[in-house]
Design a protein around this ligand. Structure first.
Ligand code: E4P
Length: 233
């Protein structure tokens, strides 16, 4: 299921879903804020329900907005109750490196039957541990990794190899796309899924030389039409 859309913009989701080229949607609090989702949890609920309904049965990832253990579990249950295709996003650890999130991920997946996307990861080793904890999806932020000065492709290849080697079922999502070439490059390196911002998806479709070619076809079609009509009196 190679391409997810990384946005909270309903019009963009609808447009690409109608084309049949996306297989899921990912969001996070930053994306929802950027896309104008306000009104706190009520706003997240309304938008998430609309997106989930629009793309069903494809998955929508919605991120928890708290670090409190009991509250994370409560939010996860609430989100999962909004629609069958909602996956709950939980960061790999807390803001100061607190360790309890993987325990929560394990509990959500094994005791509450909630699908989890472990997010904000920058290395194969983090993703490997999230996969061992039972995460349905493990999200590594390719653009941020590359911005730190090393190539995420190496991490993706190593990660895919160990997941396959140990029969771990987690799907690798690589996000934080920055360039059009990231998509094929990261899938080729081993990712199961690349989550792409709408502008990059547009950039993948539209090519300047294709534009020029289409314009040439239309110009020549018009000329041929004119020739068929013959000289005007
Ligand atoms: C993926 O799931 C993340 O939401 C996203 O791709 C993060 O991207 P950013 O680095 O552009 O914030």
């Amino acid at each position: 299921m190679p391409i997810f859309l990384d946005t909270g913009n309903l019009a963009e989701i609808e447009r690409f879903h109608r084309m049949g080229i996306i297989r899921g949607v990912t969001t996070n609090p930053t994306i929802l804020l950027k896309d104008g989702v306000t009104g706190g949890m009520r706003g997240i609920e309304t938008t998430s329900k609309e997106i989930a309904r629009l793309i069903a049965p494809y998955p929508l990832s919605v991120e928890v907005t708290t670090t409190d253990r009991a509250e994370v579990i409560r939010q996860a249950q609430t989100f999962a109750g909004w629609a069958d295709n909602i996956v709950v996003k939980v960061t790999i650890h807390g803001p100061q490196g607190e360790l309890e999130n993987l325990e929560i991920v394990h509990e959500l997946e094994t005791r509450h039957d909630i699908r989890v996307n472990v997010t904000a990861m920058m290395s194969a080793q983090q993703c490997f541990l999230a996969a061992l904890a039972g995460a349905t999806y493990v999200s590594i932020f390719g653009g941020r990794v590359n911005n730190m000065g090393y190539n995420v492709c190496g991490e993706l290849t190593k990660l895919r190899q160990v997941l396959d080697q140990f029969g771990l079922k987690s799907q690798i999502i690589v996000g934080s796309t920055r360039e059009i070439l990231n998509v094929i490059e990261w899938l080729e390196a081993g990712a199961h899924i690349v989550t792409v911002v709408p502008d990059l998806l547009k950039g993948m479709i539209v090519h300047p030389y294709s534009k020029e070619t289409v314009q040439q076809f239309l110009r020549d079609a018009a000329k041929a039409e004119e020739m068929l009509r013959g000289p005007s009196a």
